[in-house]
Design a protein around this ligand. Sequence first.
Ligand code: TRP
Length: 395
Amino acid sequence: MVSPRSLAGSLAGRISTKDIECEEDHNFQVTPWEVSGKIDYVKLIREFGLQSMRQLPKQFEHSVLFRRGIVFAHRDFKQITDAIEQKKPFVMMTGLMPSGKFHFGHKMVAEQIIFYQSLGAKIYLAVADIEAYNSRNPNMKELRETAIQEYLLNYIALGLKPENCDFYFQSSRSKNGARANAYYSLASMLARHATFNEFKAIYGDISPGKMTSSLLQASDMLHPQLPEFEGGPVPVIVPVGADQDPHLRLARDVSQRIKEFKFMQLSSTYHKFLPGLGGGKMSSSDPLSYISLTDTPTEAATKVKKYAFSGGQPTIEEHRKKGGNPDIDVSFQMLKYGLEPDDAKLADIQDDYKSGKLLTGELKQTVAEKLSKFLEEHQKKRKQAEKMVEKFLQI
Ligand code: TRP
């Protein structure tokens, strides 16, 4: 067993898991409709009633996101680690909002999906086109294009395999009528088991479109356990950003009230948000905040050099004397979130930056080089991936 915190400490001895986000700030907001401010993850765990990540089976060492504490909290995760250790079947289910460019924040989710696939999970992936229609962009054709060109192609290039993977659109669950009926009926039947006050308490701001999307998302998360799909109760892990927890609370509650089906309680994990270039959250609605996986290597390098918020000092003399702050340095955070997979190397960079030995320009140069190299290889794989797309669209 490994614990993400002690592992981060013990492997290299020096990686701090205390992030910028832990600084005191009472003005942050984390809801499915808005993420803003400096997020205090400790407070979030308390307010949402999550469990912090502690002991994990050895396999999780292979995931940078788990061993560096970026996946920081969960609900009922033990059902999943038990299934993995006992080699029992389990499902990984998550969804994607097909809006804008696929960036390094989205890549984190993709890496978790692919990691669970490597652990033997059956993968369910929902394109939330109905949710996007109701909340953002009413052009269904464009949503489908974005889902395939931006999301699916990048997932495949990052390593997602078509075997044991059920990729579907909320607007088009299955060509198999019995399956499609089961999924949409569940979404509608769950409505009976929630009250308006509950919606208000969980979401605050709520509209018919948002309610419909929440119930459809509940069906996304629960339907793998229906007779028409996996055949009965099975552990389901839903890896998401912390903003999605309200959807999980609703789905977990209604799933235990509906008597027609027996659902095993949903499990979920929560990852921290990758900081955007200027701080805040990396978000596809703010072009200056993200590096996309289709940016050219040169574009990406320039973005880092020009826009990535620096934790360094204003002058070289001051930097040499006082050192930089890697916790608020976006370039360093990009390395920590995966661009530098080697823990010992990451710790060296962290130490050198803190001591003032490593300058901001030098750190940025390292990140820019790593980024360009990654993008060059990734974009070749993306070309290859085009041939695979059809294999994922058979459902
Ligand atoms: N609401 C999610 C988002 O905004 C997308 C989503 C739809 C989802 N269905 C899901 C996430 C099921 C997890 C599980 O990104």
